[in-house]
Ligand binder design. Structure first.
Ligand code: ATP
Length: 136
């Protein structure tokens, strides 16, 4: 199996969250999903808030929530630089549900001082966390 894998690194300003060989990944590209396998052509792309999926060397599919950033693929290393990233299993589901409800309330109430873009981004982050945690 090793010959069909490549290195995936997920880096945030806080830590190297993940660094391991994977068989396949799909990243939430700003212009659509980016599927990456071994020997992918060199690539630099912006990422949206969303879910990154990868297949581990043992073949299990894993999910992570990302809140935007960039991906660089070169020489069989895919490096994701993300503002925040969490493994699906590490996500605090209650916190993400509370963040989702807070953002939805703000968007519905439309008070004069609403920062629309900020509320929309908070909603997207919460939805992607719930999807990565398989709670939505
Ligand atoms: P909240 O309103 O709940 O703080 P947020 O979208 O504003 O959500 P961020 O600013 O994106 O939170 O993240 C702040 C830090 O908290 C980051 O390190 C992020 O990984 C972590 N984090 C945010 N929400 C969760 C969650 N539901 N479970 C685990 N970690 C989380």
């Amino acid at each position: 199996m090793a010959e069909s894998t490549f290195m995936l690194e997920i880096v945030t300003p806080e830590q190297i969250l993940f660094r391991d060989e994977v068989q396949f990944m799909v990243a939430p590209g700003a212009e659509g999903e980016l599927g990456i396998m071994k020997n992918h052509a060199p690539l630099v792309a912006a990422l949206n808030i969303g879910v990154l999926r990868y297949d581990s060397t043992s073949g299990t599919q894993k999910k992570m929530a990302l809140s935007g950033g960039f991906i660089e693929v070169i020489d069989n290393v895919a490096r994701v630089l993300a503002e925040t990233a969490e493994h699906g299993g590490d996500i605090d589901i209650l916190r993400a549900k509370a963040a989702k409800e807070r953002a939805e309330r703000r968007l519905q109430a439309r008070e004069d001082n609403l920062n629309l873009a900020r509320a929309e981004m908070a909603l997207k982050r919460a939805i992607s966390r719930l999807k990565a945690a398989e709670a939505l």
